[in-house]
Design a protein around this ligand. Structure first.
Ligand SMILES: Cc1ncc(CN)c(N)n1
Length: 231
């Protein structure tokens, strides 16, 4: 009987990310349909907001690299599936391209990246990433955060490329960077890893992962809010 209960619990856990996305729908929409994204999509974006976001995101991405490296290390030590490492390594490779892209894009917009001062929301987000790098944080919790961080950008920028969007030509490259199909597939690979791990995790670890998922969404909203220039 006890064995049967365990099987049922595991089945209920299949697709935990889907459950969370439904449960926290409003916050998820806040993160993926932020006014900055909507203004890119409807062509009304104020370019100074876009440039502020670009400069801050370059700083964020530099801090994101060691976080992803820490997830890779956890996968190597804790994962029961060797192919996780390859997906995460693909993420590291894409961040290498991302950094080069930021430099090129900044020069296109006349932004001096070395002069950017990180804003509070950015520092808070980077500190949060750093807390997840601790060896005490389980792989499952870290991979959940990684999936959520990448997926928010994928869903946000893909929205600016959908039929009917009026995204300016000069911003399409930015939207393509995260909104393209192959980035979408990579996010779904991360989601599959997270779900597979969550299925086998203890209730305690699943709760920790859910809290971290929500905190990622909140940090992403604060991050977009910085583009207003008030923080
Ligand atoms: C804030 C933020 N979140 C996510 C991503 C996607 N790597 C990003 N570049 N910046």
């Amino acid at each position: 009987m006890e064995g049967k209960t365990k099987v049922v619990e595991a089945a209920e856990r299949t697709g935990m990310t889907e459950t969370w996305l439904k449960k926290h729908r409003l916050v998820y929409i806040g993160a993926t349909r932020h006014p900055l994204i909507l203004s890119i999509r409807d062509g009304t974006i104020d370019l100074s907001s876009f440039k502020r976001w670009l400069g801050q995101d370059y700083i964020f991405v530099r801090a994101f690299v060691p976080f992803v490296a820490s997830v890779l290390l956890k996968a190597w030590k804790e994962s029961d599936d060797g192919s996780d490492m390859e997906v995460i390594l693909g993420g590291v490779a894409s961040l290498n391209d991302e950094i080069a892209w930021f430099k090129k894009e900044a020069s296109k917009w006349g932004i001096e990246l070395s002069g950017i001062v990180p804003q509070k929301a950015n520092l808070d987000y980077c500190r949060f990433l750093e807390s997840l790098m601790s060896s005490e944080v389980e792989y499952i919790v870290a991979i959940t955060a990684f999936w959520a961080i990448e997926t928010v950008y994928q869903e946000s920028f893909a929205h600016c490329l959908e039929d009917g969007s009026k995204t300016a030509e000069e911003l399409k490259d930015t939207c393509q960077r995260w909104g393209n199909d192959s980035f979408g597939q990579y996010c779904r690979s991360l989601e599959r890893i997270a779900n597979r791990c969550l299925e086998k995790a203890s209730d305690d670890v699943v709760s920790k992962a859910e809290v971290v998922f929500l905190r990622v969404l909140e940090h992403e909203i604060e991050f977009w809010n910085m583009s207003h220039g008030e923080t």
